[in-house]
Design a protein around this ligand. Structure first.
Ligand code: ADP
Length: 485
C-alpha cells in the first residue's frame, strides 16, 4: 500500500509531544512490513536543519510561494517532504507558537496552507512523481486535508487520527471567510462549531475512517465529559471509529542499548543498572546520593491535563517523608513557577528542570524508581510504557491509554501480571493512597524486583498496532472506492 502521513510533528525533526513519536514509529513499522510510506511535515527551521539528503526545492505550482523539499527522516531513511513557505514556517519558536508559548495568530492560515500543499502532494501535483492510495492525517493541524480532498474527483482514501481531542483547532468566522473555504461548510453538519469552526471537526466529519490512540479514550471521547463538544459526532460515526493503542519505539527506548545512560541494563541486571543510573541522575540533579530512598520522577508537559497540581500538592504534603522527587517539564508558566518553588523550598528532596531535555528524560526513566502520571485525561501516553521497559513502576490514573497499558499490581485477579499502580480519582489524596500501597513493596526487594520484571516483560512494540492500522486502512480504501471512486 502507498501511504502518505501528514503531520505537524515528526520525531526527530519536530516534536512537542507524543504525536511526533507516533508519526515516526508507525510509518517505520509499516515500511518494515513492506508498505511504501512517505511523510509530509512543515519546513520549520529545525526540520530543515535536521533533514537528511535534502534535494532541491520544487515549487508547488497551484500555491504561489510554497515549495516542497524532499529528503529523508534521520535514523529511519523514510522519505519526507517538507512543505516550505517562508511566511508560515520560517520563524523562531515552536510549531504552534512563539518562544513564550503564545499561539501564532495566523495558525489557521498556516495549517490551511499546509493542508493545501499536502493535497497537492497527495494528488501528485507537486512534482514528486508519486501518488498515495491513502492519506493518514493526525490531529487538528491536518483536519482540513480530508475535507479538501473530498472536493477532488479522484482522491486517495483518508484516515484521521485524534491524538488529543482537547486541541480543537478552533477559529472564528472571519478566519473561515479569510481562508476561502466552501460556504456550505459553515454548517453544523460540516465545520461549524458553536459559532466558530474547528479544524479537528473537519477531519472527524470528512475522513473515511477515524481512529484514536487507545480503546479506552475512544470510548471516553463518545461521552460529554471527554468529547469536547464533539462526542455526538463521534457517536454518530462510531462504526468508523477505532481505538488503537500506540506502540513505542523500542530501539530509542531500550535500557539495554540506551547511549544516554551511565550503565545499560536488562531485566536480569535491573537492580545493579538502576543503582548506577540513580546515583548518576542524583549527581546530575544535585540530589543527595542515597540509594535506598524511593526516587519518584515525572516527565511531562506542564499543563492541567497532566495532573501536575496533584503532584505539587503531594510533594508539599509529604515534605517530611524520606522520598526524592525529580521533575522534568515545560509548559504553562504557573506550573513551572510552582514546581520551581517546591525545589527552592526542599532542595534536598526535590529537583526540578524546566525545559525540554531528551537525554535527561532517558536518564530519569533509568534512574527513577516510580514514574508519576496522574493525568486527568490521557489519550494514550507514552511515558508509562517507557517506564515499564525501564523497570520504573508507573503510578497512573485510570483513564485513556493509561488504563489500557498499566495493570494494577493490587487489582483482584492480576496476580503476577501487575505492572504498576493505578488509581481513580483526579485528586492528590488518591495519588497518595496509591503510593501508600505501593511504597511498602519498594522496601521488599523480592516483590519490587518481581514487579519490575513484569513491567519490563510487557510488549509495547508497534507490530500489533500497525496491523490494526492496516485493517483500518483497508476499510478506508473500501469506503473511498465505494463512495468516491
Ligand atoms: P503528550 O503527547 O500529551 O505530551 P505523551 O506521554 O504521549 O504525552 O508523550 C510525551 C512525550 O514527550 C514523551 O516522549 C516524553 O518523554 C516527552 N516529553 C515531554 N516533556 C518532556 C521534557 N520536558 N523533556 C523531554 N521529553 C519530554
Amino acid at each position: 500500500m502507498r501511504i502518505l502521513f501528514v503531520a505537524s510533528e515528526i520525531f526527530p525533526l519536530a516534536k512537542t509531544g507524543g504525536l511526533a513519536d507516533v508519526c515516526a514509529s508507525l510509518p517505520r513499522e509499516l515500511a518494515a512490513m513492506g508498505h511504501d510510506v512517505r511523510l509530509v511535515l512543515p519546513a520549520y527551521p529545525g526540520a530543515r536543519a535536521g533533514l537528511e539528503a535534502a534535494g532541491p526545492q520544487i515549487p508547488v505550482q497551484e500555491l504561489p510561494g510554497v515549495g516542497c523539499i524532499p529528503g529523508r527522516l534521520p535514523g529511519t531513511g523514510l522519505p519526507v517532504v517538507l512543505v516550505e513557505a517562508a511566511r508560515w514556517f520560517d520563524r523562531p519558536g515552536g510549531p504552534y507558537g512563539d518562544t513564550r508559548g503564545r499561539d501564532w495568530p495566523d495558525n489557521a492560515e498556516r495549517f490551511h496552507g499546509f493542508a493545501r500543499a499536502s493535497c497537492a502532494i497527495a494528488g501528485d501535483r507537486a512534482g514528486l512523481g508519486w501518488r498515495p492510495d491513502l492519506v493518514h492525517c493526525h490531529d487538528w493541524q491536518t483536519g482540513l486535508v480530508p475535507a479538501l480532498l473530498s472536493l477532488e474527483g479522484s482522491r486517495p482514501a483518508t484516515v484521521f487520527t485524534v491524538h488529543n481531542q482537547s486541541f480543537l483547532g478552533r477559529f472564528d468566522r472571519a478566519q473561515f471567510a479569510a481562508l476561502g473555504l466552501p460556504a456550505a461548510w459553515w454548517s453544523p453538519e460540516a465545520l461549524e462549531f458553536y459559532g466558530d469552526f474547528s479544524f479537528l471537526k473537519a477531519g472527524l466529519v470528512f475522513a473515511d475512517q477515524l481512529t484514536t490512540v487507545s480503546p479506552t479514550y475512544a470510548r471516553e471521547l463518545q461521552t460529554p465529559e471527554f468529547g469536547c463538544g464533539l462526542d455526538g459526532l463521534l457517536r454518530h460515526r462510531a462504526a468508523d471509529f477505532t481505538g488503537i493503542l500506540n506502540g513505542i519505539d523500542t530501539e530509542v527506548w531500550n535500557p539495554a542499548t540506551d547511549t544516554y545512560l551511565r550503565q545499560c541494563y536488562d531485566s536480569a541486571t535491573v537492580a545493579a543498572g538502576k543503582r548506577a543510573n540513580k546515583a548518576a541522575v542524583q549527581a546530575e540533579l544535585g540530589l543527595p546520593a542515597v540509594g535506598r530512598i524511593p526516587l519518584l520522577v515525572m516527565i511531562s508537559r506542564l499543563v492541567e491535563q497532566k495532573g501536575v497540581d496533584l503532584v505539587a500538592e503531594l510533594i508539599e504534603r509529604w515534605s517530611d517523608r524520606a522520598l526524592q522527587w525529580a521533575l522534568l517539564g515545560s509548559g504553562e508558566l504557573q506550573w513551572e513557577r510552582r514546581l520551581e518553588a517546591l525545589a527552592a523550598a526542599w532542595p534536598e528532596r526535590v529537583a526540578v528542570r524546566i525545559g525540554y531535555d531528551e537525554g535527561l528524560a532517558h536518564r530519569l526513566e533509568a534512574g527513577g524508581d516510580l514514574f508519576l502520571m496522574p493525568s486527568r485525561f490521557e489519550p494514550c501516553g507514552l511515558n508509562q510504557m517507557y517506564s515499564q521497559r525501564y523497570g520504573t513502576v508507573p503510578v497512573v490514573r485510570s483513564t485513556g491509554g493509561l488504563a489500557d497499558s498499566v495493570v494494577d499490581v493490587f487489582a483482584a485477579g492480576s496476580g503476577a501480571a501487575g505492572t504498576g499502580l493505578v488509581f481513580d480519582a483526579p485528586e492528590a489524596e488518591a495519588l497518595a493512597t496509591a503510593l501508600e500501597r505501593g511504597l511498602p513493596l519498594y522496601r521488599n526487594r523480592a516483590a519490587w524486583h518481581a514487579l519490575q520484571r513484569n513491567a519490563m516483560a510487557a510488549d509495547f512494540g508497534w507490530r500489533r498496532s500497525a496491523e490494526a492500522y492496516l485493517e483500518v486502512y483497508r476499510r478506508a480504501l473500501a469506503a473511498a472506492g465505494g463512495g468516491h471512486g
